[in-house]
Design a protein around this ligand. Sequence first.
Ligand SMILES: Nc1ncnc2c1ncn2[C@@H]1O[C@H](COP(=O)(O)OP(=O)(O)O)[C@@H](O)[C@H]1O
Ligand SMILES: [Mg+2]
Length: 256
Amino acid sequence: MPGPILSLHGIRKNYGPVRALDGVDFAIMPGEIVSLVGDNGAGKSTLVKIMSGAVQPSAGQIRFEGTPVVFTSPHDARDAGIETVYQDLAVVPELDAEANLFLGRELTGTGFLSRFFLDRKRMRAAAEAHIRSLKVNLKSIRQPVGLLSGGQRQSVAVARSILWGRKMIILDEPTAALGVRESRGVLDLILELRARNFAVLMVSHSMPHVFEVSDRIFVLRQGRSAAVLDRHGTTMNEIVGLITGIPVSADMTRAG
Ligand SMILES: Nc1ncnc2c1ncn2[C@@H]1O[C@H](COP(=O)(O)OP(=O)(O)O)[C@@H](O)[C@H]1O
Ligand SMILES: [Mg+2]
């Protein structure tokens, strides 16, 4: 039985007088999709930023594959094999899919002189093979991604994280602002991530999407863990009740 990829122990985060997170414990296993849900201000983004190294906790411990670590920057988390797809800054619209896949990590040649130059041919071949293996539906990988649909853009961002991540992918609202068909493509990619044994943490407000792909659901309320539930052992009503702190009975929903 393998241990967790990442675990959090008693994580607290203060922003001045605001206690954004207050003693959060959490663990995620390889090959597992966990959805992180909660109301606005619950602390989801803060928790994601702590896991991705963008924010440092005020107290508590992070363990990576069982070993205590300190992520002082997103670079540290990426080095450990954790990639994060942020909602807005995911891709550069002016660049094509190939350039976005290799952004900041361009391949160079391996020869004495060629190592100083970008190896465009190798990047193009790798980008095409990668996009094809993920069955991402792009007419051309050479179009600026700003001209693609929202779903295709998000797929390029996720494909990029799969190309570089080795252990864990964090997705901040990957299907927000996407249509039904577009969401489908992104959800399929998330399932593909699980098939490749990544640990996947997905922040989402969409209960249907949460219930479609998650193995477990982690509910944050006012900076504390309200519950971590097995997807098959809970209902949308129960999750909504935990998010708001107001239990929703089945009768109330029927009446509404
Ligand atoms: N950089 C910051 N400075 C001060 N307060 C912050 C900062 N980031 C988040 N907060 C506060 O921390 C709490 C949790 O915010 P956040 O993690 O963004 O929640 P969520 O993503 O669930 O909406 C909120 O009260 C928010 O106002
Ligand atoms: Mg947020």
